[in-house]
Ligand binder design. Structure first.
Ligand SMILES: NC(=O)c1ccc[n+]([C@@H]2O[C@H](COP(=O)([O-])OP(=O)(O)OC[C@H]3O[C@@H](n4cnc5c(N)ncnc54)[C@H](O)[C@@H]3O)[C@@H](O)[C@H]2O)c1
Length: 439
């Protein structure tokens, strides 16, 4: 980008928006960033890393509902127009009515894009959706579309509406399943389910076969793509798939989940799979019934009363559809994934940020993660005196010559499984201390 630019991030409190804020700050790309969202940052379950980014002096927050024309105008009002407008705002919940999607996706995008054109933004970048067709072979941007979820359907309508707005300089990105720090709807639902089967001590039974394509992209690579396309003239009015090179299948993701929780998995294939297709709605209802009680029990056991995570799986999440994207067009611009495929380490990283580094010294097996572990992730804000007590020991552990002895005391106090639960809420402090000690 030419020097530093000003960014208007619509829907900036969401998963992709908050990571984009962090990416722009970390890479020193922005002169100013305005985040616009209907949700306040304090209510957006930001982790400490993203919270820090939001507190950066170049970041400003504007609370606005982008369905309201006056609010959209307020969002764009600035002394000098914003260089880049990135639209991460949309209705992203599954299972809503057509009217809500029409309003929350098509109308929202169209209204914001018109304002971007009026304010002569250098680029309006629309984060669209990769579920535009289910094919065995990778879907190219120029191929025929047949969106298989209502959200994808309305996203396609929003894409089309952009091409009708005079003077709008826009680029459309169609990501695969996005994962990374703060993910709640990409890979995380599978982790929630994995933790439930760990709790029930049962084999995790999965619909369809392990070769079902579920292509992915790390959120930092999506941010890289946003900055790349925004900087080039030849990307004007173009559509790009954004996908890693790992050709991720559901089998690959489920293998990681089963390894993390030390559970076995099996696939409901052949005749049983055909039966599921016949009465898909009932199958989904049965699955959700099976998961809800154990999840509630797990949350109760760990005193989690309020969490953005849920055991409920919408049928759109479980369709037998191939999310199979061809990323060649973006690669030809020089896009190079920093995260070529999903690994267990990355999944653990976004679950527990960098705590894996802490436990690698302690002989704690990844399979030791108990069901409480995951709900603890959902309850990161909790920090009782017990945690503080362990924190002091951790402090000793990282700064004192008797590291092994201190760790032994911590393990005796808590057990290896609980050690993880206890480390988690003080993770940021642990990282801070580690940096401090090493410098
Ligand atoms: N997460 C993924 O795996 C993924 C994959 C492909 C495409 N996408 C698309 O990328 C975009 C961002 O996704 P996300 O995962 O960050 O979603 P998200 O739900 O985490 O974030 C969306 C944000 O938009 C805000 N928002 C919604 N309606 C608004 C309104 N009327 N006014 C103001 N703010 C509003 C929400 O409050 C939320 O903070 C969406 O359009 C989504 O469909 C996401």
């Amino acid at each position: 980008m030419p020097d530093k630019s000003s960014y208007l991030i619509l829907g900036g409190c969401g998963f992709i928006g908050r990571n984009l804020v962090q990416y722009l700050i970390d890479n020193d790309l922005a002169s100013t960033i305005r985040i616009v969202d209907k949700v306040l940052p304090a209510l957006a379950y930001l982790n400490k890393i993203h919270d820090e980014s939001f507190k950066n002096p170049i970041v400003e927050f504007v609370n606005a509902n982008l369905l309201n024309k006056n609010s959209v105008e307020k969002a764009f009002q600035n002394e000098t127009p914003f260089d880049y407008v990135i639209n991460c705002a949309a209705e992203t919940k599954y299972g809503l009515t057509d009217a809500i999607y029409d309003e929350g996706i098509v109308n929202l995008t169209t209204t914001c894009a018109k304002l971007a054109a009026l304010h002569n933004a250098k680029r309006f970048i629309e984060i669209s959706c990769g579920r535009m067709a289910s094919l065995k072979t990778p879907h190219k941007e120029s191929d025929a579309t047949d969106p298989w979820t209502p959200i994808a359907n309305y996203k396609l309508m929003a894409e089309k509406s952009l091409s009708t707005i005079p003077d709008l300089k826009y680029t459309i990105l169609r990501p695969g399943i996005v994962y990374g720090l703060g993910d709640k709807t990409g890979i995380t639902p599978r982790l929630v389910v994995g933790s439930i089967y760990k709790h029930m001590d049962e084999t995790m039974k999965i619909l369809w076969n392990r070769n079902l394509m579920t292509n992915t992209v790390h959120v930092k690579d999506l941010c890289q793509a946003i900055c790349l396309v925004g900087d080039r003239e030849d990307t004007l009015s173009q559509v790009y798939n954004v996908v890693d090179v790992g050709c991720t299948t559901q089998g690959h993701i489920n293998d990681i989940v089963s390894e993390i929780f030390n559970i076995s998995t099996s696939y409901i294939e052949n005749i049983f799979s055909a039966l599921c297709k016949l009465d898909f709605d009932s199958v989904i209802e049965e699955i959700n019934d099976k998961h809800s009680a154990p999840w509630a029990a797990m949350c109760q056991k760990s005193n989690v009363t309020n969490t953005p995570l849920s055991s409920f799986l919408h049928k759109e999440y479980l369709y037998e559809k191939n999310l199979n994207l061809d990323g060649t067009k973006l690669a030809q611009l020089g896009f190079n994934c920093q995260y070529p495929n999903v690994t267990k380490e990355q999944v653990l990283e976004f679950l527990i940020v960098d705590v894996a580094v802490v436990i690698s010294d302690s002989d704690c097996e990844i399979g030791d993660f108990s069901e409480e572990f995951l709900v603890s992730v959902a309850n990161q804000s909790t920090s009782s005196s017990k945690y503080r007590f362990v924190f002091i020991f951790l402090l000793l552990y990282f700064s004192y010559p008797f590291r092994k002895q201190c760790l032994l005391i911590i393990i005796l106090m808590t057990g290896t499984k609980n050690l993880m639960i206890i480390i988690l809420p003080v993770l940021d402090e642990v990282q801070y201390i580690m940096q401090h000690v090493s410098s």
